[in-house]
Design a protein around this ligand. Sequence first.
Ligand code: MN
Length: 211
Amino acid sequence: MTEHKLPALPYPYDALEPYIDAQTMEIHHSKHHQAYVNNLNSVIEKYPQFGDEPAGNLLKHLKTIPEEIREAVRNNAGGHFNHRFFWQIMKPQGGGTPVGHLKEAIDKTFGNFSEFQSLFTKTAIGRFGSGWAWLSLTQLIGLEVHSTPNQDCPLSDNKTPILCLDVWEHAYYLKYQNRRPEYVQNWWQVVNWEKAEENYALALAAIKPGQ
Ligand code: MN
């Protein structure tokens, strides 16, 4: 049985300054994300059949998880997967505009980048309470901007994530207090579009018919 582990950040805690402050990043990664990892490990400890399943697989097949631990897996595998995904789609000196095939798909689906950006921003700001904003790919709809409550993951709804933004207060409160809109606006400066393009290619492969 393999323990889930907190992944190292792909950059130092202060790398996303001034848009996301070092103290927030350190607490968010070393305390919040770590807690989801620890909780997930203790939840599945007595269920060795799930011991080697990556968090993403647990989330894709939530309905097959025994009812007595399903909610805890949903929250903690979700917390682990979502944060790992989030760290990857940011980078220092990020921002700008989408690239490659993702750029083409965004233009085709939403009109242009600016329209997409407005919709995503509105969705992130409008998420009531704690949760996430996402750009995901679905087999039926194609690209979709949506949000999830708590630590719910698009994978549990047959959606493959490409880009995400954490809008829990713990993600911004130290620097922005109640100013979520300012946090969301600034976050665009640290988006890693090359990683999003990679995620899009993986998402396309994942929804290919017959797989
Ligand atoms: Mn978070």
